[in-house]
Design a protein around this ligand. Structure first.
Ligand SMILES: *Cc1c(COP(=O)(O)O)cnc(C)c1O
Length: 390
């Protein structure tokens, strides 16, 4: 007998969560239906009260969404996952379920911009406060904790500096202060990093990025123990920012090739980063797979690959960065990342454009910085594109 708990990630990626209808379809079926019919009044009553398992209404129960949740949970080695309409709704649902007025969050300073906006502007309206700690400074995380701290939240590697947070060390700090640790695992995906293994309590995903990996749909998820996911599920059931069945079906197919794609993204990104380090126009390259990266050793320990995103600084400042971005012919000028197609952006005037120049400098985002999400094109063609751009 196969022991399902001993299956490898490659197997789980294509097999976990598979369910078959009476038709015996081999691929995962797409259940595009808002509601489900019951056989009797009694069955409806039992299903609504949770005494009988089954599907009721797609705001909170849909077989295609359930299959995606089970497959993702298997890949994160988690008890349970709950899918959401986007990465941001995953973070919102987590906060709505686990925080209340008067609570405090300790978060890493280099978070995704919309996450900072959500914490400061919207959670702030309801009396939740936030302190930010530098990603790599453990004493700053310790110092930021308060008696009312309920959640530590980080993203590693972060964007665009690819700084690595020490998940195990920060989990220890969070737990000592009686708080949960949630990790945004968007840059690595479960194929390269499993935060729960390092002591995180919850993992959030923007499935829009590498999990879809082909730039087609938005989606998100929160992953963790039954006990921590259940209140998040109940918030989604009530408020409704759930994943659509169609998007779940696309993302299920994305998970099947995630491991292979991440391996190829990592190989291409490492070659591109190493090449960039030898270019005279480039003053610095940020990529966790480079020996020159300040947290190289930590990245090697915590991740099974360095990821598909890198940044670099051009000596010519903003003018040189804009000229390069305007000159590339293959790479896509778009802010999205985690796509089969390579994308190139200028963080200082896009993702971090609304910060003051001082705040941007404090965050380490220089005017000459360019971020590339390295896709699956041939590496020689990507290098050629940058050579002609330079
Ligand atoms: C894109 C992104 C998000 C938000 O995800 P959406 O699916 O766009 O809502 C959150 N965190 C990180 C690190 C991201 O890159």
């Amino acid at each position: 007998m196969l022991n399902l708990n001993e299956l490898h990630p490659e197997t789980l990626a294509v097999r976990a969560g598979t369910m078959r209808s009476e038709f015996g379809e081999h691929s995962d079926a797409l259940y595009l239906t808002s509601s489900f019919v019951v056989g009797s009044a009694e069955e409806a009553a039992l299903k609504f009260t949770g005494q009988m398992p089954g599907y009721i209404y797609s705001r909170f129960t849909n077989p295609t969404v359930a299959a995606f949740e089970q497959r993702l949970a298997a890949l994160e080695c988690a008890e349970r996952a709950v899918a959401t309409a986007s990465g941001m709704s995953a973070i919102l649902a987590l906060c709505m379920a686990h925080l209340k007025s008067g609570d405090h969050i300790v978060a890493s300073s280099g978070l995704f911009g919309a996450t900072i906006q959500l914490f400061n502007t919207y959670l702030g309206k309801f009396g939740v406060t936030v302190s930010y700690a530098a990603q790599t400074d453990l004493s700053a995380w310790e110092a930021a904790a308060q008696t009312n701290t309920k959640l530590f939240f980080l993203e590693t590697p972060n964007n665009p500096l690819t700084e690595i947070a020490d998940i195990a060390a920060i989990a220890e700090i969070a737990h000592r202060h009686g708080a949960l640790l949630a990790v945004d695992n968007c840059f690595c995906s479960p194929a390269l990093q499993q935060p729960l293994k390092w002591g995180a309590d919850l993992v959030v995903h923007s499935a829009t990025k590498f999990i879809d990996g082909q730039g087609r749909v938005l989606g998100g998820a929160v992953v963790g123990s039954h006990a921590l996911i259940e209140p998040i599920y109940l918030f989604l059931r009530t408020a409704g920012p759930t994943l659509s069945a169609f998007n779940a079906w696309v993302l299920l197919k994305g998970l099947e090739t995630l491991g292979l794609r991440m391996k190829a993204h990592c190989e291409n990104a490492l070659k591109l980063a190493q090449w960039l380090e030898t270019q005279p126009q480039v003053s610095r390259v940020y990529y966790p797979g480079l020996v020159s990266h300040p947290q190289y050793a930590l990245a090697q320990r915590q991740q099974t690959g360095a990821g598909g995103v890198l940044s670099f600084e051009l000596k010519g400042g903003k003018a040189a960065a804009w000229a390069l971005i305007d000159a590339v012919q293959l790479m896509s000028r778009t802010a999205n990342l985690g796509d089969t197609r390579t994308t190139i952006t200028h963080p200082a005037t896009t993702s971090h454009g609304r910060l003051t120049p001082e705040a941007r400098a404090a965050a380490g985002i220089s005017d000459g910085m360019v971020r590339i999400s390295v896709g699956l094109e041939h590496i020689d063609d990507l290098i050629k594109d940058l050579v002609s751009g330079f």
